[in-house]
Design a protein around this ligand. Structure first.
Ligand code: ATP
Ligand code: MG
Length: 309
């Protein structure tokens, strides 16, 4: 029977450092339970460490107006956007079709994954060569930052049905390999039943919000093991915003105050998209739409929060 440790505001940073920076996680819980807010706490904690690159993939507009300063890009079929590899980024995914959403997010994460893989191979080859030449003070290439991808609406990527497609099985390889490359992916979804067992077993950390559905409780029981019936009982009674954390050994009750964005801070449009808007504003939209977009764009430079006042 595993003891339940309490994680609150005082020890949350230490918790994130110990358990999250180097693992793949799944956050599940009922609609409105506080999953996105928890992910925001985690993202903020990780962004305070200079050695991480945090990228957030949000297809439900829940971060644009409720998070700290971070560059963001819209990903849509009428706009230019880039897969960025070395900087924090909030990708606001505007595609409607879940296959498009899947494609864009998968390829951006893959870009980061392949870059890290190449670096790792380069490091390996350099070391091998240096050993051969008995050279001792060569400059070693290394992956010195953690990459954390936070992915909303996990069912778009990891449902059993989605993973039947050959291209999508790349997700499983990335989830399995990523820890060796100092990469970790945090998937957020409403029901564990929406996420393929193949993906669930490749993750190594779980956050469970209040769950009452038998279908999900059966799956959670399998993850927690038969000794931990008391944790299952706890999951049934969690309050809004509380989560049970499990990494196969350690169980924690996560009990944080509601996430609040910092005053005067808001995500800001990435500079290449700002330039894209400036270039295209006059040419591609009709006049009425142009005025509306100009208003929105002007305010966007000040931050979306200001615009809503
Ligand atoms: N730690 C907390 N303490 C108190 N209330 C909270 C906490 N976290 C979230 N809430 C409340 O729950 C609401 C929903 O939070 P959030 O948007 O994070 O839920 P969600 O699980 O992501 O929902 P959805 O499934 O719709 O995406 C918040 O607006 C807030 O009022
Ligand atoms: Mg949410």
């Amino acid at each position: 029977m595993t003891d339940l440790k309490l994680v609150n505001q005082d020890n949350f940073l230490e918790f994130v450092d110990t358990f999250i920076a180097d693992s793949s996680c799944i956050i599940v819980g009922q609609k409105g339970h506080g999953k996105s807010k928890l992910a925001k706490h985690i993202a903020r904690a990780l962004m305070t460490s200079k050695k991480t690159t945090v990228q957030i993939f949000d297809s439900s507009l829940s971060w644009l107006n409720d998070f700290d300063f971070i560059p963001f890009q819209f990903c849509a079929d009428y706009i230019e956007f880039d897969a960025i590899t070395d900087s924090h980024m909030l990708y606001s995914i505007e595609f409607e079709d879940s296959q498009d959403v899947n494609f864009v997010v998968r390829e951006i994460i893959r870009e980061n994954y392949l870059k890290r893989r190449t670096l790792r191979i380069a490091e390996y080859m350099t070391n091998k060569m240096a050993n051969t030449l008995a050279e001792t003070n060569h400059k070693k290439e290394d992956i010195d930052t953690y990459y954390i991808g936070i992915i909303e609406e996990a069912q778009n990527f990891l449902s059993t049905y989605t993973l039947m497609a050959r291209e999508n099985r790349k997700w499983l390889k990335i989830i399995s390999d990523c820890r060796n490359l100092r990469m970790s992916l945090i998937f957020i979804g409403q029901r564990l039943a929406d996420i393929s067992a193949k993906a669930v077993e490749r993750a190594n950390c779980y956050f469970f919000g209040k769950t009452i559905s038998d279908n999900d409780l059966i799956k959670i029981r399998r993850i927690l093991g038969s000794d931990n019936k008391h944790l299952i009982e706890k999951i049934k009674t969690l309050e809004k915003g509380q989560f049970l954390f499990w990494d196969g050994e350690t169980a924690c009750l996560i009990d944080l105050p509601e996430f609040k964005p910092k005053p005067h801070e808001t995500p800001q449009l990435y500079f290449t998209q700002k330039r894209w808007f400036e270039r295209n504003l006059e040419s591609i939209w009709d006049k009425e739409l142009t005025n509306e977009i100009r208003f929105w764009f002007t305010h966007m430079q000040k931050g979306l929060k200001e615009a809503q006042k």
